[in-house]
Design a protein around this ligand. Structure first.
Ligand code: FAD
Length: 407
């Protein structure tokens, strides 16, 4: 395993970007130097890097990529510079959705927007509700973290959460409130907060520049342009996420206890649903099959074992293995899954367009040079049937082990 060459697209991007603070750390080791006798010595083996297919590639500009097969990665050897703010002049408050307990790409875009509004004097405050599993608040750009915990805030509790947010308002009076204009909580919470604070929010905002907020209106065909109000409900890709600094994540607490609301709606908890019935555009975990899947019964078995919603490439649909409503891509459905597992799909541009908004892409393919592998965050090179079988066995063993532990 340790000898496998793994590409790190982020490190490669930093190596190309001369303005990035980690650019120097991502450069190749020195390949020429002045020897003891004053003659320039060159190490011809230090030029280039090993590509994903194991072949040596030479970068003619001489400035990209690692040297001898083992490249530096951001996580292993370098730390992003830490941004510290002792006395913030004001706060920009962000209330992330934290779907599944983790920051989504939409949440991260919001932190990017918050930093453009905070400038150098303001601090970005994240207000997080309930239990979460997130460990990367620092690289997402959180200067201060206010974690509001307790059973009253778990699950669907917008009334109780609005009370907590109005307590934050009285204590810190943020200059702006940013919430994702999403169907996963932020859209509703933001509108309720607006009513509570008596603010007129800007909704479906895709850009804030020079104090002007532009938001979609008129069934998405027009823009509503106005002075950026205090409360902004922002759309996906409203700004670039933070990528070049770490932040303190200094904890803050509310001075006063949040009043208890009498909820008119009671959350009875999550119910299990058949993943096959989840609309593709809303599915969180998609197992998608292409021309590289040879045994479709086995593929369905894997989807059932993983609890994944099924998707397909156009070739798989045209060949009659999957319904047209399962086709992912430019002429099918554009999906926004948190995890997209592509099995035997080459990664044609029309397919990649449909998965542009997915958080994590995993590829299983025989061809290490195909475009899906280049797009993927994690790749497994091998036969789809064998890898799906191994996955089914692992998941089954894990579930049985979990049931035994619980008994
Ligand atoms: C106008 C237009 C619109 C289109 N719209 C879409 C669209 O919306 N969605 C879409 O998907 N396509 C669309 N296409 C088609 C697209 O261009 C590709 O032809 C299609 O996506 C290829 O599907 P595929 O990756 O499943 O098949 P292939 O390109 O044949 O790729 C199969 C992959 O499986 C791998 N493989 C083979 N055997 C195995 C094995 N045993 N184990 C593991 N891997 C294996 C191969 O290495 C290969 O990478 C469109 C095309 C046009 C012209």
């Amino acid at each position: 395993m340790s000898d496998l060459i793994r590409r790190d697209p982020r490190a490669e991007w930093i190596a190309r970007n001369r303005l990035h603070p980690l650019h120097a750390a991502m450069q190749t080791a020195q390949s020429s130097w002045i020897g003891a006798n004053g003659v320039i010595r060159k190490n011809p083996h230090a030029v280039g890097f090993i590509g994903p297919n194991g072949l040596k590639r030479i970068d003619r500009s001489g400035t990209q990529q690692g040297v001898t097969g083992k490249r530096q990665t951001t996580t292993q050897t370098v730390q992003l510079p830490l941004h510290v703010l002792e006395q913030p002049a004001f706060y920009i408050a962000v209330v992330p959705d934290l779907v599944g307990g983790r920051l989504s790409s939409h949440d991260k875009d919001l932190f990017g927007l918050a930093h453009t509004l905070a400038g150098s004097d303001g601090a970005v405050l994240a207000v997080a509700f309930g239990e979460h599993k997130e460990s990367a608040f620092d690289t997402a750009g959180v200067d201060r973290l206010l974690h509001v915990e307790g059973p009253a805030f778990d699950g669907y509790a917008p009334e109780q959460r609005v009370l907590a947010l109005s307590a934050v308002e009285s204590q810190l009076a943020p200059r702006h409130w940013l919430l994702p204009d999403s169907r996963t909580g932020g859209g509703e919470l933001g509108r309720r907060l607006a009513a509570k604070l008596g603010e007129r929010p800007a909704t479906r905002v895709w850009q804030v520049a020079n104090g002007i907020a532009s938001g979609r209106a008129g069934a998405g065909r027009e823009d509503l342009i106005r002075q950026a109000p205090r409360l902004i409900l922002a759309a996906v890709e409203c700004a670039e996420p933070v990528s070049d600094s770490r932040h303190e994540v200094r904890p803050l607490a509310l001075h006063e206890k949040v009043a208890h609301s009498l909820p008119r709606i009671e959350d009875l908890g999550a119910v299990a649903v058949d993943p096959a019935l989840i609309p593709m555009a809303e599915a969180e975990f998609i197992l998608s099959g292409g021309n590289g899947v040879k045994d479709w019964a086995h593929f369905h078995q894997a989807a059932a074992a993983l609890g994944a919603t099924e998707g397909a490439s156009r070739v798989a649909v045209d060949d009659g293995f999957m319904g047209r409503e399962r086709q992912v891509g430019a002429s099918g459905i554009w999906v926004t899954a948190r995890v997209y597992l592509a099995v035997g799909i080459s990664g044609a541009i029309q397919h990649l367009q449909g998965i542009g908004a997915c958080d994590k892409v995993i590829a299983i393919n025989l061809d290490p040079t195909c475009d899906m592998i280049k797009r993927a965050d994690l790749s497994v090179i091998g036969d789809s049937a064998a890898i799906l079988q191994a996955l089914i066995e692992r998941v089954t063993a894990y579930r049985q082990g979990g049931a035994r532990d619980a008994a």
